[in-house]
Design a protein around this ligand. Structure first.
Ligand code: MG
Length: 393
């Protein structure tokens, strides 16, 4: 089915959020790197399926509490006494509008994303008037009375509703009008069902759960942050001069050549540059800090020790090496024939896919120390994916 973009969204953020016992109304608390409210606005905006996005805010909110960098892309209205009043305020100017669907969403559910919004729109068909995400009730459900268990409820037919709740716009407006006329004020799903709309449920998502209490905030922070990776880049450079009587090692591979490289360790110039690139990306200083040349124990050490150290640091931070790019700069020997071997060796040690490692070779056109065949230089770049910095209590 073609995904239409003639839709309207109402993001309800007018609550005072007192149950969460936070310093601010919960929709303004910072989750990850932005206020909870901004998570929902971003999802609706990025989906590009909404012609109109209305955000309903508390009348007396402090404008510094959230990031309104959306200029004219969203419309702001103020909330009413109850949720239903807020929806009415949002729809005030649109009673004659001609949108395809209306999505009504609680800002306290920051886990909404583009994929889910698209899925909801795709799930509409001619004979369905509304769609609501639900989850099964996995716990035993009881009616209680006078502080005692009263009656067990069969949970098989019970679902707990989440948002966004989506409806065909015209049909929803009609149901809503009738509901208001009869002074039957319910939530959007109830209005729709009571006035004969066919509302389908679809499998919800833990991410769509509402933040009500402080513990919910921590739970949602874990869920959303585990998905939110940021990319960090680091660079490294190293040079070693040729010497006699040593094997030439590049990326852990022995390269047949008349000289080796001079240095405290095995002087694997390529991996040294790479270690610095990786440590740089994760903010862990440099190879000299971790393995001071003054320490006798690193004499003659294979550079795999240093690269393993950097790799393990990345793992400790629960980060991922996304890709490595390494340039080896020398007049001789020729690196080209060993390129694949160096690539495989590096990928194997870092435990990443060979496709994510690139090895380049170049010369300096006979200029400078590499041009005079005095040694080899190497430059490396590493891209690391890390969890976004947590901003919790
Ligand atoms: Mg070095």
């Amino acid at each position: 089915m073609q995904i239409l973009d003639n839709n309207i969204a109402i993001i309800l953020a007018a609550g005072s959020g007192t149950r969460a016992n936070l310093n601010l109304p919960k929709q303004f608390e910072i989750l990850g790197d932005k206020p909870i409210l901004n998570w929902s606005i971003d999802a609706f905006l990025k989906s590009k399926k909404f012609k109109k996005i209305i955000v309903v805010l508390p009348q007396n909110h402090d404008e510094n509490l959230w990031t309104n960098s959306y200029a004219d892309k969203i419309e702001i209205v103020f909330g009413g006494k109850e949720r239903n009043d807020s929806v009415s305020n949002a729809l005030n100017n649109y009673s004659e509008a001609n949108f395809e669907h209306i999505f009504i969403h609680d800002a306290a559910r920051p886990g909404i994303d583009i994929d889910y919004l698209n899925l909801m729109i795709e799930n509409f068909s001619n004979d369905i008037d509304g769609i609501i995400p639900v989850l099964n009730c996995n716990d035993a459900m009881w009616l209680v009375k006078d502080e005692l268990l009263f009656d067990n409820i069969d949970r098989v037919n019970l679902k707990r509703a989440q948002t966004p709740q989506a409806f065909k716009f015209k049909k929803y407006l009609n149901a809503r009008k009738n509901s208001l006329l009869n002074n039957n004020i319910f939530d959007d799903a109830q209005i729709s069902v009571n006035y004969g709309l066919k509302v389908k449920y679809m499998e919800g998502n833990q991410k769509l759960d509402k933040i009500t209490f402080k513990s919910d905030f921590q739970k949602m922070d874990n869920i959303l942050m585990s998905e939110t990776l940021v990319s960090r880049n680091g660079i490294g450079f190293d040079a070693h001069k040729f010497c006699e009587g040593k094997e030439l090692i590049l990326c852990g591979v022995k390269i047949p050549y008349e000289f080796g490289l001079d240095g405290h360790s095995d002087a694997d110039v390529a991996w040294h540059a790479l270690v610095d690139a990786i440590l740089g990306a994760i903010g862990e200083g440099d190879i000299g800090q971790a393995f001071p040349p003054s320490e006798a124990k690193w004499k003659g050490a294979p550079s795999s020790v240093f690269l393993e150290y950097a790799r393990d640091k990345v793992n400790e931070k629960n980060a991922l090496i996304e890709n490595i790019d390494l340039s080896i700069i020398c007049e001789a020997p020729k690196i080209g024939p060993y390129r694949e071997e160096l690539r495989i060796s590096t990928a194997k040690l870092l435990r990443i896919n060979t496709n994510n490692v690139n090895i380049k070779a170049t010369t300096t056109e006979k200029m400078g120390f590499t041009g005079r065949k005095e040694g080899i230089a190497a430059m490396a770049s590493a891209t690391i994916l890390m969890k976004r910095g947590k901003n919790v209590f």
